[in-house]
Write a protein that binds this ligand. Structure first.
Ligand code: PLP
Length: 412
C-alpha cells in the first residue's frame, strides 16, 4: 500500500475536509480559524463563491490550452486586469505556475537582457526550492542541505535587521547598503551583476519589512550601475501588506515584478511583469512550461482580482492588520518571551526571545502547537524557527481578528 512521504506525514496533524471563508473544517467537522491561508495563498478566503463560480464555469468551457500553441481568453483578460494594478510601464506579462518558476523566469530574463551572470540575493531571503530559486534562498538550511551544487552566480548581501542587531532602523539600513556597495567592489562588479532580487517583506526569513529607505537605496544603486531590480512579490503581492504591492510602501518602480500565491485564491498561477523593452530580450522558447497560464487558474485569478477590488480587501488588510498588530502587541506586553511584534498589513510576526537574548524556538513551537489545539492555525518561520507568523485571508473581519488574538493570548 502506498503512503505519503515521511515529510508529508509529519507536516500537519489536521486533515482538512473543507474550507469556507476564514475557516477550515476537519473530517470530524472541527472548525479551525485559518491564519495560514495555505501560506498566503487563499487571499479571498477558502472557496469564495465568486472564485468557485468562475473556476467551475471555466472548467466546463476550456480547461487547458497550451499558450505557445493556442491563446485563450482568460489569460488575455487576466493580462488586461493586471495591467490596471501593476506599476506603470510594467506592462508585459509572462505566466508560469508557481512562485519558484516565476523567480527562475525573472532570473533567466535578467541574465538574457543584461548579458551578465551574477544575481545578488538578500541574506535570509526565500525565493523557492527549485535548483535556481533555491540557490537564491538563504533562510534556513533545509532548502539547500545535501542537494548542491546549486545554480552558480549567486551572491548574498545583508538585509537590514534592526531587532536582531539591537540598532535603529536607520542604522540597519546604512549598514546593509554599505555592505551592498562593498560587495559591488569586492565580490561582484557591476559589469558582472545582472540583478538584485528582494522581497518587500522578508517572508520565510522572519517577516521583516524592508525599510522604504533600503528599497529606494537599492533602486538608486541599480540605476547607477545598470543592474536590474527584481521585486519578489510572491508573498507580499495582491493586497497582503495593506497596499496592492509590498513595494508600494517605498514608492519605487521595479524592473521585474514577480507575483503568485494570493493571485488566484489557491489555483496555481504566477507571473512576471516587466517593461516591453526588457521582456522582448527574452530569447524565444527559453521561458514557460506545459501548464503555464492555465485557463482555469487564470479565470480564478480574474475573479480574485474582482473580489479584491469589490470587497476592498487591500483596505481591509491595512485596517485589520493594524487591529491584529495592536492585539498581538497587547499579548506581547504580558509575555516578555515575545520580544518583537512586526510586519506589514496582514503579514505579522511574533518573535520569541529568551531572557538572554537568544532565539527561543522551543517556546515558539509550544505556543504554535497550543494555538492549533485551540483551533487557531498558524505558521512558524525565521532562520531559527522562533517566529510565529500570522497571515490570514484578506477577508478577515474585526471579530475574527479579536477571536484569534484571544486564542493566541491563551496559547502563549
Ligand atoms: N518567493 C517568495 C517570496 C515566497 O514566499 C515563496 C514561497 O513561499 C516563493 C518565492 C516560492 O513559491 P512557490 O512555493 O510557489 O514555488
Amino acid at each position: 500500500m502506498a503512503e505519503l512521504s515521511p515529510a508529508l506525514k509529519q507536516a500537519t496533524p489536521v486533515l482538512a475536509a473543507r474550507g469556507e471563508g476564514i475557516y477550515l473544517y476537519d473530517e470530524q467537522d472541527r472548525r479551525y480559524l485559518d491564519f495560514t491561508a495555505g501560506i498566503g495563498v487563499t487571499s479571498t478566503g477558502h472557496c469564495h463563491p465568486r472564485v468557485v463560480e468562475a473556476a467551475q464555469r471555466q472548467v466546463g468551457t476550456l480547461i487547458h490550452g497550451q499558450y505557445t500553441t493556442v491563446m485563450h481568453r482568460p489569460l488575455l483578460e487576466l493580462t488586461e486586469r493586471l495591467g490596471e494594478v501593476l506599476p506603470t510601464g510594467l506592462d508585459r506579462l509572462f505566466y508560469v505556475n508557481s512562485g519558484s518558476e516565476a523567480v527562475e523566469a525573472a532570473v533567466r530574463l535578467a541574465r538574457q537582457a543584461t548579458g551578465r551572470q551574477n544575481i545578488v540575493a538578500l541574506q535570509g531571503g526565500f525565493h523557492g526550492r527549485t535548483m535556481g530559486a533555491g540557490a537564491l534562498t538563504s533562510s534556513g538550511t533545509k532548502v539547500r542541505a545535501g542537494i548542491g551544487p546549486m545554480m552558480p552566480g549567486v551572491v548574498f548581501t545583508p538585509f537590514p535587521e534592526p531587532y536582531r542587531h539591537r540598532c535603529s532602523e536607520a542604522e540597519a539600513v546604512r549598514f546593509a547598503l554599505a555592505e551592498f556597495d562593498q560587495l559591488l567592489v569586492t565580490v561582484s562588479a557591476p559589469r558582472d551583476t545582472a540583478a538584485i532580487i528582494v522581497e518587500p517583506v522578508l517572508g520565510e526569513g522572519g517577516y521583516l519589512p524592508a525599510p522604504p529607505e533600503f528599497l529606494t537605496g537599492l533602486r538608486e544603486r541599480a540605476d547607477r550601475h545598470g543592474i536590474l531590480l527584481i521585486v519578489d512579490e510572491v508573498q507580499t503581492g495582491v493586497g497582503r501588506t495593506g497596499r496592492f504591492w509590498g513595494h508600494d510602501h517605498a514608492g519605487l518602480r521595479p524592473d521585474i515584478l514577480i507575483t503568485a500565491k494570493g493571485l488566484a485564491s489557491g489555483f496555481p498561477i504566477s507571473a512576471i511583469a516587466a517593461p516591453e523593452q526588457l521582456m522582448s530580450q527574452a530569447w524565444p522558447g527559453s521561458q514557460g512550461g506545459t501548464y503555464g497560464g492555465n485557463a482555469v487558474a487564470a479565470a480564478a485569478a480574474i475573479a480574485t482580482l474582482d473580489v479584491v477590488r469589490d470587497e476592498k480587501l487591500v483596505e481591509n488588510a491595512a485596517e485589520q492588520g493594524q487591529r491584529l498588530r495592536d492585539g498581538l502587541r497587547g499579548v506581547a506586553a504580558q509575555h516578555p518571551v515575545i520580544g518583537d511584534v512586526r510586519g506589514l498589513g496582514l503579514m505579522l510576526a511574533n518573535e520569541f526571545t529568551a531572557p538572554d537574548g537568544t532565539p527561543d524556538a522551543a517556546t515558539a513551537a509550544r505556543a504554535h502547537a497550543a494555538a492549533a489545539e485551540r483551533g487557531l492555525l498558524l505558521l512558524t518561520c525565521g532562520p531559527h524557527g522562533n517566529v510565529v507568523r500570522m497571515i490570514p485571508p484578506l477577508i478577515v473581519s474585526a471579530d475574527q481578528v479579536d477571536e484569534a488574538v484571544g486564542l493566541w493570548g491563551e496559547a502563549v
